[in-house]
Design a protein around this ligand. Structure first.
Ligand code: PLP
Length: 361
């Protein structure tokens, strides 16, 4: 049934939709009415940026950071290129963290929106969102956070965080792909970007994808049930992987904040090698890693995130991201450590960058 239909089949779908909305709201400590379902993180980011600008036509300035996901960066740069807005891109320190004072001082009288991600997708650094919200207090701007990577990995409490908008995506917590949500605090000034029917309380037109929404809701329920234990387990596995690789392989640098980091993320730069070569060799051995973000893999430019943190293009090219999840085990970490050591040794021995560097360099 269509969740908007009045007949009993529609009502059943409608109930499933509202149940999922409550499950999503519960995981982030929001009201169900503050959840708008979207097609994923990318749409939620577009909705936040374009929707706030459209609701505030007299204000044309946006503040963001240099390490945002392309869903934010490309959207803002596109609007800027078309002369529709002006944007300020604040930098990060060498551990990939934004300075709240710098964000607040970038705000101008014509700033409509500040958008800073909750945690970075490439190296996992957690951003000081609560501090930024405090620094923005009284400035009359809408504060949005792209919390796609943070969901289910660290506690997300919309009543505490101090943001008015937040983006989420189901597939980051093992839910179905192509579904996500925008948290929109009651009273926030935002216009829909998809217009048409009256779905989602006039915030997002289009028949709701009920099966995917139900899957997203269930994934949130599972994540909420054991978040503290899962965070601890993942951090333990990630630390085991990090320690093992750093012990076995020379000339490896950790990227991102050593502590204030997502528990499931490990980003390392391997000197004298290309990350792509390592990725392909590890893939042949059944180990899936990424260079940069999954969305920009295949594009040979060095990661904008790592360059913003002060890495050289060569260091950025030699970086790999290891992501852990619910299915990850200690045995997998140990196999990955041994395989990475073997593969790095082989690739370095063949690489012109690592000439003369036998074994692990
Ligand atoms: N924002 C961040 C931080 C992400 O990591 C991603 C996906 O990787 C997105 C946005 C885009 O989300 P989606 O793939 O659901 O469109």
């Amino acid at each position: 049934g269509n969740a908007s239909s009045i007949h009993s089949f529609g009502q059943e779908a409608g109930k499933a939709l509202e149940n999922a909305r409550s499950q999503v709201a519960k995981l982030i400590n929001a009201e169900p009415k503050e959840i708008v379902f979207t097609s994923g993180g990318t749409e939620s980011d577009n909705f936040a940026i374009r929707g706030v600008l459209e609701a505030n036509p007299d204000r044309k300035h946006v503040v963001t950071s240099r390490i945002e996901h392309h869903a934010v960066l490309h959207t803002i740069k596109n609007l800027e290129k078309r002369g529709l807005i002006e944007a300020t891109f604040v930098g990060v320190d060498s551990q990939g963290v934004v300075d709240p004072g710098e964000v607040a001082s970038a705000v101008r009288p014509d700033t409509a929106l500040v958008t800073i991600m909750a945690a970075n997708n490439e190296m996992g650094s957690i951003q000081p969102i609560e501090e930024i919200a405090r620094a923005l207090a009284g400035k009359n701007v809408v504060f949005h956070t792209d919390a796609v990577q943070a969901l289910g990995k660290i506690p997300m409490d919309m009543k505490r965080l101090g943001v008015q908008l937040a983006s989420f995506s189901s597939h980051k917590i093992h839910g179905p792909k192509g579904i996500g949500a925008l948290f929109a605090a009651r009273g926030v000034k935002i216009k829909p970007i998809l217009t048409g029917g009256h779905h989602e309380r006039n915030m997002r037109a289009g028949t709701e994808n009920v099966p995917a929404i139900v899957g997203f809701g269930k994934a949130c329920e599972i994540a909420a049930a054991d978040l503290p234990a899962e965070v601890k387990r993942l951090a333990g596995l990630r630390d085991r992987l990090q320690k093992g690789i750093l012990e076995k392989v020379k000339d490896v640098k950790l990227n991102g904040h050593p502590e204030k980091r997502l528990p499931n993320t490990l980003n390392l730069s391997f000197a004298y090698v290309e990350g792509e070569s390592l990725l392909l060799s590890l893939d042949l051995k059944g180990i899936a890693v990424s260079t940069g973000s999954a969305c920009s893999s295949g594009d040979l430019k060095p990661s904008h995130v790592l360059l913003s943190m002060g890495l050289t293009a060569e260091q950025a090219h030699g970086s790999l991201r290891f992501s852990l999840g619910r299915a990850s085990t200690e045995g997998e970490m140990d196999r990955t450590i041994a395989t990475v050591a073997e593969v790095v040794g082989k690739v370095r021995a063949m690489s012109p960058l690592g000439k003369g560097k036998k074994k692990n360099g």
